[in-house]
Design a protein around this ligand. Structure first.
Ligand code: 1GP
Length: 244
């Protein structure tokens, strides 16, 4: 299994270059215009997945993106049904902010043989849900409590523990469509407590919010919901992130 995607992430971090990941929800995927936009913009990664998918077209969506686009595809799995050998890589999420053993190790046991067969590049990821003012699908579906918005100490101790356990990435997520993104001070404190790359997502719906996350120490910025509403944001946010 090649470490292509993780090496791109690490190289960007070493150069101080921020990365931009567009999150595609297969339920809302409208291939032509979105892929056109991505192909004409500087997007580092495409993530595909969601807490709850209702259309059953996960595999079709990944294949279609792969066919039309050269940007590396990372699966962001909402559950163990979201695996496709057509993607490049998968964030193998361990929900370290929660205490639901199924999402810490259980689902992974079930998925392991499939993942091995798929030859996907596995990126072991410490996934942390942060409270954003309203209950998000990720919090509800995971049956866990998010880390409170202002509890920076819980966030950085959790991230530190994740790194000590050998995880290769920390992904802090306020949840899709979050009312407010993760605070600058929480991102700063987590970033200064770990040496592995830090991914930030949830509620980033403007270049200014993307800039604030970069400035605080995010290495990868994930945007999903806002782009579904306005595809023009892809180039605006990309410019901000890449000129940081
Ligand atoms: C959600 O972090 C991602 O898991 C992206 O969030 O859809 O709010 O951009 P948005």
């Amino acid at each position: 299994m090649q470490k292509r995607v993780y090496n791109i992430i690490l190289n960007n971090v070493r150069k101080g270059k921020k990365s931009f990941a567009v999150l595609i929800d297969p339920d809302k995927f409208n291939s032509n215009s979105l892929i056109k936009k991505i192909n004409s913009t500087n997007v580092d990664f495409i993530m595909v997945g969601g807490s709850l998918l209702t259309n059953g077209n996960f595999e079709k969506c990944v294949k279609e993106i792969k066919k039309k686009c050269t940007v590396p595809i990372i699966i962001f799995p909402g559950n163990n049904l979201q695996i496709s050998a057509s993607a490049d890589s998968i964030f193998l999420l361990s929900l370290i902010s929660g205490r639901n053993s199924d999402l810490l190790i259980g689902k992974h046991v079930v998925a392991a043989p499939l993942l091995k067969k798929s030859k996907l590049e596995i990126i072991p990821t410490g996934y942390m849900l942060i409270d954003s003012g309203k209950q998000t699908s990720a919090v509800y579906m995971s049956n866990t409590q998010p880390i409170p918005y202002e509890k920076n100490d819980i966030a950085f101790c959790t991230a530190m523990a994740g790194e000590m356990l050998g995880l290769k990435l920390i992904y802090m997520d306020a949840g899709s469509g979050a009312e407010k993104p993760i605070s600058k001070s929480m991102i700063k404190e987590v970033k200064s407590s770990i040496t592995i790359p830090l991914v930030i997502g949830g509620g980033i719906d403007s270049p200014e919010k993307a800039y604030a996350a970069c400035e605080s120490g995010a290495d990868i910025i994930v945007v999903g919901n806002a782009i579904e509403k306005d595809e023009k944001l892809i180039s605006k946010i990309s410019q901000t992130i890449h000129s940081f």
